[in-house]
Structures are given as C-alpha cells and as structure tokens.
Design a protein around this ligand. Structure first.
Ligand code: ATP
Length: 406
C-alpha cells in the first residue's frame, strides 16, 4: 500500500470551476451517494485546477462500474449517454450540454512492451487505477463524494511534484512499458514549463540508448501530433537535444538553423507538427510515413518536400510552378531545411498570383483547344510574375497575341 496524502481543496475547487460545472459535480455526487458509487475527478483536470490554468478535458473516475453509474444518471434524467466502450469500462455522457467522460477504475498490463496495454481489472481500487498512469502530476484525484468532497487524494506525491514543477514517472519500467510516455513527458514539460525529475531523465536516457522499435507507431504519431501542435518554442529543440527523435528514426537528427517560430508566426501553418515531423521524414525512406500510419494527405506533405529538397530553380517561373500547388507545411519544411529565401520569395510575392483567363475564354475568342493553350497560359504567367497588377482584360490580350503569333 502506497502512503497517501490527503488535503481538502474545496476553496480551489470553488474558485476554479464555473457555476455550471459545480452544479453538475454536486448533482452527480448526490446520485453517487445514493447508489453507493465513489467518484473522483482525475488526471489533467485536477492538475490544471491546482495550476490555475484552463483544462482541456474533464475526466471522472468511478471506483467500480462507470457504465452502470452512467445508466443510473440517465434513468434519473440527469444525463444522456453518448457512447460506451465496454472493453475499457468508459462512457461519455452529456449533462446540461457539457460532455463528460466517466471511466471505471482499471488496472493495465503491458504483455507486449511498447504496444497498447491490456485492461486487467475493471472496477479495481482507486489506488490501482492511479498506479497505471504516466506521471505523478497526472495521477491526482479529487473526491466528488459527499463524505469527503474536494479531498485531494495523492498516492504518488503528485502534489509536491506540481509545486516543484517536476515530471516524474511512477516506476522504473514506465518507459519500457510505453515509450510514448517519453513524448508525453516532453509535451507536459514544455506546456507547463516543468523539468523531468532526475531519475526520470536518467531512465529516459537509458531507454533512448537502446530503443525497442517494436512499438505501436500510431500512438507515437498521435503523441507527436499533440506535442507539436501546441504553441511551444523549445519542444523540438529538446526533442533533438535529448535524443527523443530516436523513437522515430535510427539516423542522427541535427538542429535546424532557421528560426521555425518566426516562420510559423508569419505563415501560420494549420499543422505545425507535420513540419517538425517532415524535418526528419524527408531524409527517410518512404516507409517512414507508412510505419507511422500517416494519412494520404500527411504523407503527401512530407513526400512533396522530399521531392523538392534538392531541386534548383532557374527563375521565378520555375519556382512558382514548383511551389504553387504545395501545402504550406511542405513549403515550411523546405524553408527550414535551407530554402528559406526561395520559400519566402514565393509566399511573399507570388502565392496570391492566379491567372483569370480560362480555356473557355479562349474558345469564346474562337481558338480551338490545343496543347498551345498550356504554353499560352505559361506565357501570361511569366508576364504576371513580373507585374502582378495585370488584370483579366490584359491577360486575354497577351494570350491572344501569343496564340496568333505562334
Ligand atoms: P492533458 O493534456 O490535459 O493531460 P491528454 O489528452 O494528454 O490531456 P489524455 O491522453 O486524455 O491526456 O489522458 C488522460 C489521463 O490518462 C492522463 O492524465 C494520464 O493519467 C492517463 N494517460 C494517458 N496516456 C497515458 C499513457 N500513455 N500511460 C499512462 N497513463 C496515461
């Protein structure tokens, strides 16, 4: 039995949560008291409440059967069940317009290291449920029970680690069981401004010295996505400096010279994580993308950058032709990897340039469709790259001139 610290955090709870959420918690607490279920707010919600920062999601753990409890809530007219995962003992419900996840306490084992755990014991004790988690700061529980409402239940020293700004794993085999926790640690360290605790950092280094590549790469991808889609300036630096990149490649990765933050601020890519991943992926074989189970579009972004990396551009026309159909993420990968001048030149001066004249316009002018149309469009485009003010009427004049003087 792990030693447990209990303090009451009603004041924090009262200050942090909105009136709507407090009403929901109080209502489910009353129902739980009648039905003899034990409920706890757990994970990121408790951590963020203590840090006073906005939380991304609210998870409630039911010591016992969450699905059974959700059915009681629904029967009494308090909640609508949205979906149920029987294998994991989890259920999503809607209460007063808010979506809340209820999970049965469960323990997990990792029969195949690096892969999804097997659920072992649904309905186990809260303590066992806590011990399956990744870091101490994510393992805090806040009681929603009538007899000890807002008591903080801390089996693993998460409260002290929050105060000390430390990310600490719960046991020495944690990264071996699930190496994606290394990326999760990076995510929390950068998001919260925390450091890895000494032993955690040492075990991370040890794991990265001999990575077991038989792992669930899709989970690696998902953690990379969550980590690098958050605005954080130094996550990628740590990803390289600490050798975390070794989870996805056997090759050495060097720190890029370009200022990625500035490029992101200026050009605002929708998926920053793909730019970061692309900086590694362009030097890999094509199966890199398949191994990580990237979608067709995600893969395309990286492979297009790979194809353009060694390409030289004779003039603006060639540059425009190569870049005009690329996604911004592809262009930013190229920018970071040495083509910043060309990419900025294209994005700042040419990316909005489009021809207005169409094949239909030419047919209306009496020309018969032919391969010459494409050359004509290129002729107009070359002119337009020198003078972006050219309007449709002038485009028509130019292409007419070109086609009649062939
Ligand atoms: P947040 O960033 O707000 O913590 P998240 O989406 O990263 O949210 P989830 O992935 O929803 O967190 O996980 C919720 C909780 O489940 C975590 O707080 C943690 O306790 C536990 N957890 C998640 N992933 C793992 C993992 N790989 N190993 C062990 N525990 C995990």
């Amino acid at each position: 039995m792990v030693a447990m610290n209990i303090i009451n955090l009603y004041e924090n709870f009262n200050y942090y949560f909105s009136a709507e959420y407090k009403a929901i918690f109080e209502r489910v607490s009353k129902v739980a008291s009648k039905s003899k279920h034990k409920l706890y707010l757990i994970g990121g919600g408790v951590r963020d409440m203590l840090l006073g920062i906005k939380s991304l999601d609210i998870d409630i753990t039911v010591e016992g059967d969450a699905i059974e409890f959700a059915r009681i809530l629904e029967r009494e007219g308090y909640a609508k069940i949205l979906n149920v995962h029987k294998d994991f003992g989890t259920v999503k419900v809607e209460i007063d317009g808010e979506k809340i996840d209820f999970a049965s306490t469960r323990s997990e084992i990792y029969p195949k290291k690096g892969h999804l755990p097997h659920v072992k014991n649904i309905g186990c004790s809260l303590e066992e449920d806590v011990l399956r988690r990744d870091f101490t700061v994510n393992s805090l529980a806040l009681s929603l029970n009538q007899d000890n409402f807002a008591d903080l239940i801390d089996y693993v020293g998460g409260f002290d680690d929050l105060k000390d700004k430390k990310i600490r794993i719960l046991h020495d085999k944690s990264f071996i069981d699930d190496p994606t926790r290394i990326i999760r640690a990076l995510k929390y360290a950068t998001r919260l401004g925390f450091e890895l605790e000494e032993n955690t950092l040492m075990l991370q280094k040890e794991y990265l010295r001999s990575v077991n590549y038989d792992m669930c790469n899709k989970r690696v991808k998902n953690e990379i996505k969550k980590t690098f889609d958050e605005p954080s300036s130094n996550a990628f630096e740590k990803f390289i400096d600490q050798g975390i990149y070794k989870l996805v490649t056997l090759k050495e990765v060097k720190k890029p010279h370009a200022n990625i933050e500035n490029l992101f601020a200026k050009y605002n890519p929708k998926h920053p994580w793909l730019v970061y991943l692309g900086l590694i992926g362009v030097f890999e074989n094509d199966d890199f993308c398949d191994k990580l189970e990237l979608t067709k579009i995600e893969k395309g972004i990286i492979l297009c950058a790979k194809g353009l990396l060694e390409k030289e551009f004779k003039d603006d026309f060639e540059l425009y032709k190569a870049f005009c159909n690329q996604k911004i993420e592809t262009l930013l990968i190229l920018a970071v990897l040495g083509k910043e001048k060309q990419v900025s030149h294209y994005l700042d001066n040419f990316s909005k340039i489009k021809l207005h004249v169409t094949g239909d316009d030419l047919v209306k002018l009496g020309f018969s469709p032919s391969k010459a149309f494409a050359d004509g469009f290129d002729y107009v485009l070359r002119e337009k790259l020198q003078n972006s003010q050219i309007k449709k009427a002038q485009e028509l004049k130019l292409i007419k001139y070109y086609l009649t003087n062939l």
